[in-house]
Design a protein around this ligand. Structure first.
Ligand SMILES: NC(=O)c1ccc[n+]([C@@H]2O[C@H](COP(=O)([O-])OP(=O)(O)OC[C@H]3O[C@@H](n4cnc5c(N)ncnc54)[C@H](OP(=O)(O)O)[C@@H]3O)[C@@H](O)[C@H]2O)c1
Length: 250
């Protein structure tokens, strides 16, 4: 019997959940529990880590999971690595649903770097006004450059004091648009943008705004994962599941 574990936390995962629900496929949606008010899903939900690879192996067995769809964020590498290992151990078919990375276009002033440490090194020595668009994890790396002012955009207000000497926090949840992000960059007199190469449309507005304003972008490359089967669309996952010819033709 098909019983899917859908690892979520992205726009793509929510689209996947909708498609599975509409097709009447039995599935459980899993959130890490990072945000206070996660988006509701049309599938039964569970929240919180599994407890590493061993915990996930136990979960897959206990819940009789037949397939795993990893639709986590391209930077949620630990979860993806755990899924690869646990599915290999249990012989559970696994598919990654992952959006394509963004590609530089004419007018972009991008510098591609590895990790937060690479992004930190790419900043100038002189004080800058940085839109640090990396979420709430990994901010501590930038404490080493306290001469800069950092603009953060977070889903929830920070629960603990920020590790940054000079920071402004904006609370907002995507998707964002170019007009709004252009205004944000201008209003905060931003000189540099640091972003993860997440891909997709929901978080792309800041890059389009940077292009329009001629601002430099320090773009953090995706972490590498062991080889796995990956597709870029909900329809391709449905086809993999054997639901390629649903009523809406996905
Ligand atoms: N990293 C980003 O930039 C980013 C951006 C937007 C959204 N997200 C979403 O936020 C969540 C956490 O991201 P992260 O970067 O902290 O992940 P991570 O570093 O890869 O994961 C750390 C641990 O969190 C738990 N976890 C992560 N995703 C989970 C899920 N969907 N369901 C249950 N447990 C999960 C797992 O704990 P156990 O080992 O205990 O199982 C995992 O080992 C993900 O669901 C991701 O899709 C991440």
């Amino acid at each position: 019997m098909t019983r899917i574990l859908l690892l979520g936390g992205t726009t793509e995962a929510s689209l996947m959940a909708r498609e599975l629900a509409q097709a009447g496929v039995t599935a459980v949606f899993s959130y890490a529990g990072r945000t206070e008010h996660p988006v509701a899903q049309p599938l039964p939900m569970r929240v919180g880590g599994f407890g590493g690879v061993a915990g996930l192996v136990a979960y897959l067995k206990a819940e009789g999971i037949s397939h795993v769809i990893d639709a986590t964020h391209p930077f949620a590498a630990q979860m993806s690595r755990n899924a690869i290992a646990a599915c290999a151990q249990t012989g559970t078919p696994l598919i990654g649903l992952e959006r394509a990375p963004w590609q530089a276009q004419a007018g972009d002033r991008w510098q591609t770097v590895a990790g937060n440490a690479g992004a930190l090194r790419a900043l100038p020595q002189a004080p800058a006004r940085v839109f640090l668009a990396i979420g709430k994890q990994g901010l501590a790396a930038f404490a080493a450059a306290p001469q800069h002012h950092y603009l953060l955009r977070l889903v929830d207000p920070p629960a603990a004091p920020l590790p940054l000497a000079q920071a402004t926090v904006v609370i907002a949840r995507g998707p964002f648009d170019v007009a709004g992000d252009s205004a944000l960059l201008r209003d905060h007199a931003i000189t540099h943008i640091i972003a993860k190469n997440a891909g997709g449309s929901g978080a792309e507005a800041k890059l389009l705004a940077a292009r329009a304003l001629g601002l430099p972008v320090i773009l953090i490359d995706r972490p590498e994962l062991p080889p796995r089967h990956v597709v870029a669309s909900v329809g391709a996952v449905m086809a993999w599941l054997g639901h390629g010819a649903t009523a809406r033709g996905v």
